[in-house]
Design a protein around this ligand. Structure first.
Ligand SMILES: [Ca+2]
Length: 494
């Protein structure tokens, strides 16, 4: 059972759906009994009947950066195909609009604040995701899954925190962002950027040529992994370095789009996703494989022509406005997920772990998590886990917004906004701006242009109460509240 819930009878931060899970187990047991009655026999569920799980994450790709969501200057036929063959989430959130914190939530199903994983840890960090947390790989490996992580980790770069210590059989990639290198346009103190295979640094200082080969290298590893593991269930995670700056499209994609380097790297990622999907289908695994595609946060607007687009959304990466935290999310599993369906309810990366747990018939981690199970919504159209769920948006340790239904309450805070965009790999300046207590109706006003707090005092009050409960649990430095449920990260051993 979960730990006791100090917030009240109905969990505000976490809806593990234990009762629902029990009901589903009962239904499943009934179906099995009926089958036994009909056939007179029952065979145990073989591990090769468990679904494969593939999670692909782009870096800093904006809400507007896929074709079906209005991309301009480049094409994403393979991502669009995932949308037409599967489910597209139209209101899908990261936990924080920054790489490291966002990835911690993808991996654990927790708000980053619950597990104290903030910002974008660089080479000077001495911490890692705590080994007592359950990663996606640790959730699935005990059921016989082969597990691989290729790409940007960002959950602790020291050897004792790398993916192979967190449930993954294989790792190949960069331990943090690809701009944390000596050629950074403004910072001067980054050491060489290491490329790691397993726990071995195979290149201590990645250069421009190697950056341009990263997307291909990750894709090739992913396809090889699928080829090798096709006869057993597998978890494959591919977290591309791009389109995070610095942008280095592979040679075959240079000049392929109308939008320069940014469009070129997106088109390479898109083609790579197509190859991964083709590899799955080539082995006849399409109907047995849940593919998830998303991004870790919105576009890094200060990079101008090297940044993506949030489309109609306000602001971008590093803010809790919609452009920072609402990202593309596509899921495909033919025969199980309806083709071409659009989900408009609030869903988030914290939901991936509990959802994948349901697909793979795994119990939730012992330690409390925050996401909800999207399985009933995806498979049976049961919206009860997502309707009116509160969703909380922190940046760093500041609780900056609360979303519920069509409403978003923005709490008073300072945020960065662009003075003028940079160009060609050089960032432009931001300035700090303050907002007050503001309410937005995201159905009527997706761009968060018109504060309607004064006209809806009851909604404001309800969302403020939810914010109070979230602060009590997970903290808020804006109001000086220390969270009672916050868990520590792990410190390096020496
Ligand atoms: Ca990012």
């Amino acid at each position: 059972m979960k730990s006791s819930n100090p917030i009240g009878e109905r969990p505000v931060l976490s809806v593990p759906g234990a009762a629902r899970r029990r009901r589903r187990s009962l239904v499943a047991a009934t179906v099995v009994l009926m089958l036994v009655a009909l056939t007179g026999a029952i065979s145990p569920v073989a591990s090769n009947e468990l679904p494969n799980i593939v999670v692909i994450v782009a870096d800093d790709q904006g809400y507007g950066d896929i074709g079906v969501q209005g991309a301009v200057g480049f094409r994403t036929p393979n991502l669009d195909r995932l949308a037409s063959e599967g489910v597209r989430f139209d209101s899908f959130y990261v936990s924080q609009a920054v790489c490291g914190a966002s990835r911690a939530s993808i991996m654990t199903g927790c708000y980053a604040n619950r597990i104290s994983w903030h910002g974008a840890p660089g080479p000077a960090s001495r911490q890692g995701l705590h080994h007592d947390e359950t990663t996606l790989a640790e959730l699935l490996r005990p059921a016989g899954y082969a597990t691989a992580f290729y790409g940007k980790w960002h959950l602790g770069h020291l050897p004792e925190f790398l993916p192979t210590t967190q449930g993954f059989d294989e790792y190949y990639g960069l331990p943090y962002s690809n701009d944390m290198w000596p050629q950074h346009p403004t910072a001067t103190d980054f050491p060489g950027l290491p490329l790691i295979d397993g726990t071995t640094v195979i290149d201590p200082s990645v250069d421009e040529h190697e950056q341009s080969r990263l997307t291909e290298a990750y894709t090739r590893r992913a396809i090889d992994f699928i080829d090798r593991q096709r006869d057993r269930p597998f978890l494959l995670m591919v977290e591309y370095a791009m389109p995070h700056v610095p942008l280095f499209p592979g040679r075959a994609f240079v000049g392929s789009s109308e939008q320069g380097a940014y469009g070129d790297v997106i088109q390479e990622i898109d083609a790579s996703v197509g190859r991964i999907v083709d590899a799955i289908d080539r082995h006849g695994l399409g109907e047995r494989t849940l593919i998830v595609y998303t991004s870790d946060n919105g576009p890094w607007l200060s990079y101008g022509n090297h940044a993506g687009s949030a489309g109609p959304l306000r602001e971008g990466k590093g803010t809790s406005w919609e452009g920072g935290v609402r990202v593309p999310c596509l899921m495909r599993m033919p025969g199980t997920l309806a083709a071409g369906r659009v989900v408009s309810e609030t869903a988030a990366t914290i939901d991936l772990l509990p959802t994948i747990a349901s697909f793979a018939k795994r119990s939730l981690p012992e330690r409390r998590i925050d996401g909800v199970d999207l399985y009933p919504l995806l498979v049976a159209g049961d919206r009860s886990n997502v309707v009116d769920r509160p969703y909380f948006i922190w940046f760093g340790t500041e609780l900056q917004a609360v979303r519920r239904g069509k409403w978003k309450l923005v709490l008073p805070h300072a945020y960065r906004t662009l003075v003028e965009p940079g160009a060609d790999g050089k960032p432009g300046p931001y300035r700090q701006q303050r907002c007050g207590l503001e309410l937005y109706d995201l159905e009527q006003d997706l761009g968060e242009t018109t504060d309607v707090a004064a006209a809806n005092p009851e909604i404001v009050r309800e969302l403020q109460q939810l914010a109070d409960q979230a602060r009590t649990a997970l903290g808020d430095s804006l109001t000086g509240v220390v969270g009672a449920e916050v868990r520590a990260p792990e410190k390096a051993s020496n």
